[in-house]
Write a protein that binds this ligand. Structure first.
Ligand SMILES: [Zn+2]
Length: 295
């Protein structure tokens, strides 16, 4: 089953649901960062959340979700765009963190429950807007629910899950954000709450081979839904040699010369995808000349 993203609303547009199966893209993130289970779960949840928030935007806005807790995992960061492309990293991917139980990785403990989450919307033309909220538990879904309620005044149900195998590989991943706009009846809200309870943990839902349709149907039942978009999400990083060249040049001629003399070149590793780029002594000499010419 391929990764998939779906955006649907009820007939009146008062309930919106964005859901995604992200198993393959979280697998790729785990492989690229060589992350340990708890780090994989935190990264996978954050990437899934960024993907869902990104898909809710109009046009070509870029979303950056940063989870900055006081736990040993360090920062967890993910970026996505309206096309369903997402990338992400965790500061300490090789953290060996004990589980609370064999069934449950302790993401909250690794992330930390003190800190903030930030959602930055990049509107293009160098304009951006950041909304923030304090962390509640470090479990990420709960923190986002709190963020939507306080920072965006939108009551939401957020579920994010990554099931990691004993060997550290990813068995299943996915999640959803369900938002209630003004006008939804109490009765309807109670019904949705019951359906959410019945769905159970979202990682197990996807691990059992169920489809997005099995998620959309109970939450937006029968004929009352409108499917607005279906996409195939993917891990995608926009880094390339050209961008890293700009970054290197910003270090200045002196720093470049030092790297050339001491290391015979420079290896630049992309945070987001762990791709390595090697700049030889000759490359650095050329950059030094360019920088000096500009200075
Ligand atoms: Zn990259």
């Amino acid at each position: 089953m391929d990764d998939q993203l779906i955006w649907a609303t009820d007939q009146e547009g008062q309930i919106r649901l964005i859901a995604a199966r992200t198993t393959d893209l979280v697998r790729e993130a785990q492989r690229r960062h060589n992350s340990w289970p708890t780090a994989t779960a935190a990264l996978g949840r954050t990437m899934t959340a960024a993907l869902l928030i990104g898909a809710m935007q109009k046009g070509d806005e870029k979303i950056t979700l940063r989870i900055l807790g006081d736990g040993p995992l360090g920062a967890v960061v993910a970026q996505s765009n309206g096309q369903g492309q997402v990338r992400g990293y965790v500061q300490n991917p090789d953290l060996d963190w004990p589980s609370k139980s064999p069934e449950k990785l302790d993401v909250g403990g690794a992330v930390g429950s003190t800190g903030h989450l930030h959602v930055t919307r990049d509107l293009g033309l160098k304009e951006s807007y950041t909304g923030s909220a304090p962390l509640v538990s470090g479990e990420i879904a709960e923190d986002l629910t709190h963020y939507f309620a306080t920072s965006e005044q939108t009551p939401s149900a957020v579920a994010l899950g990554v099931l990691v195998n004993e060997d550290g590989s990813v068995q299943a991943a996915g999640g959803y954000i369900l938002q209630l706009l003004p006008g939804v009846s109490e009765e309807r809200i109670e019904d949705i709450e019951k359906q959410i309870q019945a769905l159970g943990p979202i990682s197990h839902f996807f691990a059992s081979g169920k489809d997005l349709a099995d998620l959309v149907e109970p939450l937006l039942p029968g004929h009352e839904k409108k499917v607005l978009a279906v996409k195939k999400p993917a891990f995608y990083c926009h880094c390339d040699r050209e961008r890293l060249t700009v970054m290197l040049k910003s270090l200045g001629a002196q720093e470049l010369a030092q790297m050339r003399e001491e290391q015979g070149g420079a290896e630049v590793v992309c945070h987001f995808c762990s791709e390595r780029f090697w700049f030889s002594a000759e490359d650095l000499t050329a950059l030094e000349r360019e920088v000096s010419g500009l200075e």
